[in-house]
Design a protein. Structure first.
Length: 672
């Protein structure tokens, strides 16, 4: 990086050129080579040992397999082959995985490779988005900062939908900056289209980029204020039309002709978008921290059920020892599922800090340096629009992640990665420009801010490394390297560029190494995270050998005892059925992902049984402590329990299964 120099957009004045200076190079080829190296690094981080992750998030993997079975399942993103309940997310990210599986065959890599490649493309897209506004060196630094952002690497190695969301949001940001420069209708409408596509990947999460884009266009685009307002309103209309196009298709389809909308309380995509997947995440919702219901399986089936922690000997139950929080390899037994207490420093806490907090202090101080470099303000300065877009994105993500009381999983911080990386790169360029060419007061301010930025970032990284018990040997290198770079920056103005390159290089080493820990074990598919102590997944079909054995003996029993064809078995939660679907069974889930969707009641289940579409229901399994829905609660009272010995259930886990046969019990089900 020490040999890089900025590339200026046509028409930029000398003042802009001077304040956007990082180390220089002689040709654009060097920039292309450096960008290729950064994208190559991203590819290695995302793809190395990827196959060990197996099917990763088996909820989505099973859904993709089901969607491959029919156009109906594909259109309505059905989780199960029979079209009982849909996946609780919009379709675009899943459709990409379906296309890959259709083209290359259904396998773990056909689902994981698209996400990993999308992650690499996102790194290149951030460079493209930044380069006109901030110059090539800043764009290169931003791309590198994103490539090593730990949570971003973790989600790129999973089949969650976040990598595609991030790519589309970056493309929208870059397109918006080009629209601000040109004022062209088609460019702004293309930006609106990209935001709409991002919305169809993860709904309202995509909208966090909109305030910054709208403000940048309103302030910095050419034309009269009235023209800019009309353009923004038109772009908003296009964004809304694209965003709600698929939702409209679902809403206009009679409920009896499509799967139940998984995750919703009212079988509505609108409700899912604005409640469970939307405002509920901010205000608090069932399933969030402190809002998870706990109902013992014995309560549902009306008798004691203690297969794991009570082995009767002499008429007394022998309690199971409390398991350790960590496994023998030092990793957590259970993943960190929620962010810590709400507040402005939540992004640096125990659950979120190691996933994305490494460069946040530098990004914040870089924002201040960028603001100083813009003085005196010129609304046509491309850095102003770039600063507004990425600052708006950064602040929106920070506010939502810091203050939300509902479901905030640690990997959500991956969406903060692009804006934090952009402010890191743009801030570094602004620091160098202020020192080299800035006015005396601005130069003095930069000389005061940079040591604070470096010191704060180094302190945060030391704390994160100590908390993770990782890379203790690197702490002296981190402190000495950061101090050396900062001192060189302060003492030698002509070496400000190389000194900044040294500072960034040292500060990005720790997050890069931390991101590489994702190679060490299979990803925890539902809660992907980087770190040497984070919980890992099982790989393969995503469940333990014990669970896999139980699934196989259960499916063998069902196949030889008159199971229905549309649904061989219905479980409580989707993840219980997911491994069976991946094994090739036509399983389904009566209560959706979290086992709480009010999708079916006793009479509705009775109709499925009467029509020969369902017969067997299995209770227990994933999320079985949440109590189920009315159909789940009706089964123990109306259907006949099949003894575990009958289907050779010899292995027991905390969420062991209880099988019920509902054939011939339709009237009892209908009466519950």
């Amino acid at each position: 990086m020490s040999q890089l120099a900025p590339s200026l957009p046509a028409g930029a004045d000398a003042r802009v050129a001077d304040t956007r200076t990082l180390p220089r190079v002689s040709s654009a080829a060097a920039y292309r080579a450096a960008l290729a190296a950064v994208m190559g690094l991203s590819g290695v981080l995302n793809i190395h040992r990827l196959a060990q992750n197996g099917y990763a998030n088996i909820y989505y993997s099973a859904g993709v397999k089901s969607m491959l079975m029919s156009l109906h399942n594909f259109l309505y993103v059905s989780f199960d082959p029979g079209g009982l309940i849909g996946i609780d997310k919009p379709p675009l990210g899943l459709w990409v995985q379906v296309a890959s599986a259709k083209l290359f065959g259904f396998s773990p890599l056909s689902l994981l490779l698209p996400e990993a490649i999308v992650g690499v493309l996102a790194v290149g897209a951030l460079y493209w988005a930044m380069v006109r506004a901030f110059g090539r060196p800043a764009a290169l630094a931003g791309a590198l900062a994103l490539a090593v952002f730990p949570s971003f690497v973790a989600v790129a190695r999973d089949n969650n939908l976040d990598a595609l969301l991030i790519l589309l949001m970056i493309l929208a940001a870059g397109t918006a900056l080009r629209a601000v420069q040109s004022g062209r209708w088609r460019t702004l409408l293309a930006c609106a289209l990209l935001v709409g596509l991002a919305f169809n990947t993860k709904t309202l999460a995509a909208c966090l980029i909109v305030p910054g884009i709208a403000l940048a266009y309103a302030v910095a685009a050419p034309g009269s204020p009235r023209r800019r307002l009309v353009q923004l309103l038109a772009a908003g209309a296009v964004m809304a039309a694209v965003s709600f196009a698929w939702i409209a298709v679902v809403e206009l389809t009679p409920a009896s002709q499509r799967p139940y909308v998984g995750g919703s309380l009212n079988n509505s995509e609108i409700g899912l978008t604005f409640e469970y997947n939307g405002l509920g995440r901010v205000g608090g919702e069932q399933g969030g921290p402190g809002q998870v219901p706990v109902v013992a399986l014995s309560t549902l089936i009306g008798r004691p059920f203690q297969p794991l922690h009570a082995r009767r000997a002499g008429g007394r139950a022998r309690p199971r020892p409390t398991p350790s929080l960590t496994r023998p390899d030092g990793r957590l037994r259970n993943p960190v599922t929620f962010g810590g207490a709400t507040g402005p420093l939540r992004l640096l806490d125990l659950s979120l800090g190691d996933q994305g907090g490494w460069m946040l202090p530098f990004a914040a101080f870089g924002l201040l340096a960028l603001a100083l470099s813009l003085l005196p303000l010129d609304r046509r300065d491309p850095r102003l629009a770039g600063g507004l877009v990425f600052t708006g994105w950064f602040l929106a993500e920070w506010a939502v992640l810091s203050l939300s009381k509902g479901i905030v999983h640690p990997y959500y911080i991956s969406a903060l990665g692009p804006s934090a990386a952009a402010l890191t790169g743009a801030g570094a360029a602004a620091f160098v420009g202020l020192v080299r060419r800035g006015q005396s007061r601005l130069r003095t301010a930069a000389l005061l801010l940079l040591p604070l930025a470096v010191a704060a970032t180094a302190i945060v990284q030391v704390k994160l490394l100590e908390r993770a018990h990782y890379m203790h040997w690197f702490l002296p290198v981190l402190i000495a390297g950061a101090a050396l770079g900062a001192c060189a920056f302060l003492a030698l103005r002509r070496l400000a560029g190389p000194a900044m390159a040294l500072v960034l290089g040292v500060l990005l080493l720790a997050p890069g190494a931390y991101a590489a820990t994702t190679w060490e074990a299979p990803v925890e598919g539902t809660f992907p995270a980087a770190g040497p102590r984070q919980a890992s997944g099982e790989g393969g079909l995503g469940v333990s050998e014990t669970t896999l054995h139980t699934d196989r003996v259960l499916l063998h029993y069902l196949a030889t005892h008159g199971a229905s064809r549309r649904w061989v078995v219905l479980s409580e939660a989707s993840n219980t059925a997911a491994s069976m679907i991946l094994l090739g069974a036509h399983a389904g889930a009566l209560a959706g992902y979290s086992a709480t969707d009010p999708a079916y009641d006793g009479p509705q289940l009775a109709r499925l049984v009467a029509h020969g579409e369902a017969r067997y229901v299995v209770l227990g399994g994933a999320y079985s402590t949440r109590g189920g829905n009315l159909a789940i609660r009706a089964v123990p009272h109306a259907c006949a329990e099949v003894p575990g010995a009958a289907w050779q259930q010899t292995h027991f886990t905390q969420y062991s299964l209880v099988l019920f046969d509902c054939a011939g019990h339709e009237r009892a089900l209908a009466g519950t």
